[in-house]
Design a protein around this ligand. Structure first.
Ligand SMILES: *Cc1c(COP(=O)(O)O)cnc(C)c1O
Length: 430
């Protein structure tokens, strides 16, 4: 399988090279040349297939022969070594819990898969690879954890100072080994811009092999398509028309869901649920795409003003606005609405949602108003205790901390403070 750059001004490359490079030299995101749907029988029988087998069948065409099948199977089994439970709230709404991994955010799967692929590709290589990752909270933790101790790979995390939760900050800054954290005086967009600049900086790229572990990277992005298959596997015998509400920031997750649909998974519709960072909601309403600076909200992993994966979504729908609009709705919600949703989910269903999941829940409700005969699955993308202040403040009930969170709380933060791109470059070259 070859990958092409969506800017169409760079050569097509293999999966391996796409994973190592991250972004194409023309700044484009990579996209697979072909998507071959799986046979209908695969989806008809999916209830009897293990998660690892589903994942293997779904991803193998994108990896093709570059990782031998037995190694790819092992990578998948290690990546998926935790549960993906469905909780039905009522006959129209379920949630798919994606927070049972080591950092309790859905990004664990993509990060673990990518780390193992890169570790495999890099095993005989003496040149160290440096993974740069800008994070609005969860990516950094998942990537750091996924890559911890992987030989030949260094990870540098950039996070916006004061804009991630305390627990997230601990998860980013306490690992040590091959992981370093940079606390950036600025916003997530500033962090993302620094990473993008680094990739274009020949002064750096001539001296070191840089790659990205944001959902720009195909090995981070594509495995997210598994989730939609796992949910379908559990719900399709009971519910006919299944739609997904995906709390969205950089739009990698929802775009991966669309890839699952391209592979033949019978998904009726997607809902991209946003906080007040509403570039895509506005686009679907007006057909005008206006990236904006990001606004800080209580669902901070979705504070993205210029979603990097939107261009992949455009590609899937061949840049046809009407086709996209038929298959995806988008709604945007304020922090007050999100808090009210957390309370509603708790009081009606005795379920504790995190702010991102709550935005997803609101997306389901908005969609169900006009489509009452569908079953909407909102993705619970982070464990509620990662946003302890908000969640406990709303439901006024103390939450027990899971072991993954307890293990970082007492550790000491180690981070280097930077403000400018020059400081970032100096850090990398030190
Ligand atoms: C990253 C993240 C999102 C947004 O996912 P995208 O793929 O960037 O759209 C939503 N919720 C949580 C908790 C996240 O960490």
């Amino acid at each position: 399988m070859k990958y092409y750059s969506l800017n169409k001004k760079a050569p097509n490359i293999s999966f391996k090279d796409a994973v190592i490079k991250g972004l194409a030299p023309d700044k484009g995101l990579y996209f697979p040349e072909r998507i071959t749907p799986l046979p209908k029988a695969f989806f008809d029988n999916i209830a009897h297939v293990s998660n690892s087998e589903i994942a293997f069948e779904a991803i193998k065409q994108f990896v093709s022969s570059e990782i031998p099948e037995d190694i790819l199977k092992t990578i998948i089994e290690e990546t998926l070594s935790f549960e993906f439970p469905i909780v039905e709230l009522n006959e129209n709404i379920s949630t798919l819990e994606l927070f049972h991994g080591p950092t309790m955010a859905f990004k664990d799967v993509g990060a673990r898969f990518m780390a193992r692929c890169l570790g495999y590709f890099n095993q005989n290589n003496t040149n160290e690879v440096t993974v740069l990752v800008a994070t609005s909270g969860d990516t950094g933790a998942a990537v750091a954890n996924g890559f911890l101790g992987v030989k030949g790979v260094k990870v540098v995390i950039l996070y916006p100072s004061g804009k991630v939760s305390d627990i997230q900050e601990k998860q980013l800054t306490t690992l040590g080994q091959n992981i370093s954290a940079l606390e950036v005086k600025g916003t997530f967009d500033d962090c993302q811009a620094m990473v993008k600049n680094a990739f274009l900086d020949e002064n750096l790229t001539s001296k070191m092999q840089l790659t990205s572990a944001n959902s720009i990277n195909v090995a981070r992005w594509l495995p997210q398509l598994f989730y939609f298959m796992f949910a379908y596997k559990k719900l399709h015998t009971k519910y006919k028309d299944i739609v997904f509400s995906v709390p969205s920031g950089n739009f990698g997750n929802v775009c991966a869901g669309m890839m699952a649909q391209q592979l033949g998974l019978p998904i009726k519709h997607f809902i991209a649920s946003n906080n007040e960072n509403n570039v895509v909601t506005e686009y679907l309403n007006t057909q005008l795409y206006h990236p904006k600076p990001s606004l800080q909200t209580i669902s901070n992993a979705m504070d993205v003003g210029n979603p990097s994966n939107f261009i992949r979504i455009q590609e899937i729908y061949k840049n046809k606005f009407e086709s996209l609009k038929e298959n995806m709705s988008s709604f945007s919600f304020s922090d007050d609405e999100t808090k009210a949703a957390i309370l509603e989910i708790y009081s009606h269903y005795n379920y504790v949602a995190d702010p991102h999941g709550a935005v997803g829940y609101l997306g389901c409700k908005a969609y169900l108003e006009n489509n009452p005969n569908t079953h909407c699955v909102f993705l619970e993308t982070a464990h509620p205790t990662k946003f302890l202040d908000v969640v406990e403040g709303v439901i006024k009930t103390k939450q027990a901390l899971p072991k993954q969170i307890q293990s970082v709380i007492g550790k000491d933060k180690v981070a280097t403070i930077i403000s400018t791109y020059d400081e970032f470059r100096a850090f990398l070259l030190r």
